[in-house]
Design a protein around this ligand. Sequence first.
Ligand code: GBH
Length: 479
Amino acid sequence: MTVTEPSTIHTGPAFPSGFAWGAATAAYQIEGAVTENGRTPSIWDTFSHTPGKVAGGDTGDIAVDHFHRFREDVRLMAELGLTSYRFSLSWPRIQPTGRGPAVESGLDFYRALTDELLAHGITPVATLYHWDLPQHLEELGGWPARDTAYRFADYAALAAEALGDRVATWTTLNEPWCSAFLGYGSGVHAPGRTDPADALKAAHHLNLGHGLAVGALRAALPRTAQLAVSLNLHQIRPLTDHPDDLAAARRIDAVGNRVFTGPMLNGGYPADLLADTAHLVDWDTLVQPGDQAEIGRPIDLLGINYYTPTVVSSAENAKDLPRHDGHGGGDQSPWPGAEDVAFHLAAGERTAMDWPIDPTGLTDLLLDVHRTHPGLPMLVTENGAAFEDVVGPDGTVDDQDRIAYLHGHLAAVADAVAAGADVRGYYLWSLLDNFEWAYGYAKRFGAVHVDYATLARTPKASARWYAEVIRTGTLPGQG
Ligand code: GBH
């Protein structure tokens, strides 16, 4: 480097001051205690107890028993130095049938959890819906039924009234794409229905539920409350620049991303999505007057969950290439109106989920959102990886692969911040090994190992590594 050139060495902190260093979990994946406090089944209880739906016949009946061990888990978070913790509220624990008054003893669990977090200086971030719809509401039609959106708003109001004195940051939905298209399209998630029209109706009612919930939260919470939604925005890469592959990418962007960002952030459903799916649903009846005003209510933060990029081509151009089903394992497509798109696995290393490791996808995604919505701060509300963890003789897991994944993706966040993106925090998925949906307990995403025989928790090497990043505010080798 010569003295006349600007320095390319990081001299200041790579992460903004006040950056939230977090970890994330979800109620059904960790709580267990599925019949306590009058909790009744959610669609995931029903689904996991249906033979053939979850690997190994695993269920969330006990999960990691966080419901009884939350004090120990908060102590682990404090040892990690987390400044924030993102968790979800179990709707059927608060409102067992999905309607009516809240169950106080159900709310008490979340009061105790958030008190414990605050006592340890950890800022709680509550997600209202991480996929556990009360089974009762599924029997009345589930998300394809419009009424579910109104029930969700009522539940949001009850949760905010009870917890609004201690929770300042809320996200409405976690990954509505998964709820709509894996739940009602490919059927690999609860409730396991496979009808593309229902999946699209579910998407609209999730959007409406989000907007109505934002209204309910604003009414119940102090003006300083920060409201968000967490989307698994697909970072889409066309296999080649052939026009057919670009068209495939456009279709997946429409039914994978813009079906949510359109009405939530850009004033309405995109015309190309409506055209691609016009043979499946009558959008003019589905979307009623006034819906867009609800869905488009302003939010304060956008939550982004990122794991791997999505590489697509036209089916025609993919005939001789190795392919990935793009269905998360199901026979039915979760991509209505884009059934003939082919999905590919990028070359290079993959996680135990078989998901290619590509941190540049996260930088690109954050910068894309920054460019399209410059005034909207972002949180990385989930990022992490499953690996084939090996427990050593001393009971610890030396997960250098997970450390490399986290290092690469945190550097990717820092790169996006350096290029101007307003990223306010990062939540590692996940604090603990847990119930990985259709994969059951076979896939481990935790920074903390859980022995499922004893439920003993042991921080992995990645937990100690992350604690050091948090303590110093920088990545190793930086500065
Ligand atoms: C998140 O979902 C969830 O929010 C969290 O609960 C979960 O435990 C975590 O990630 C790990 O899975 O479907 O084969 O085409 C992420 C779900 C993963 C769905 C990537 C889309 C694309 C691969 N997304 N997936 S495929």
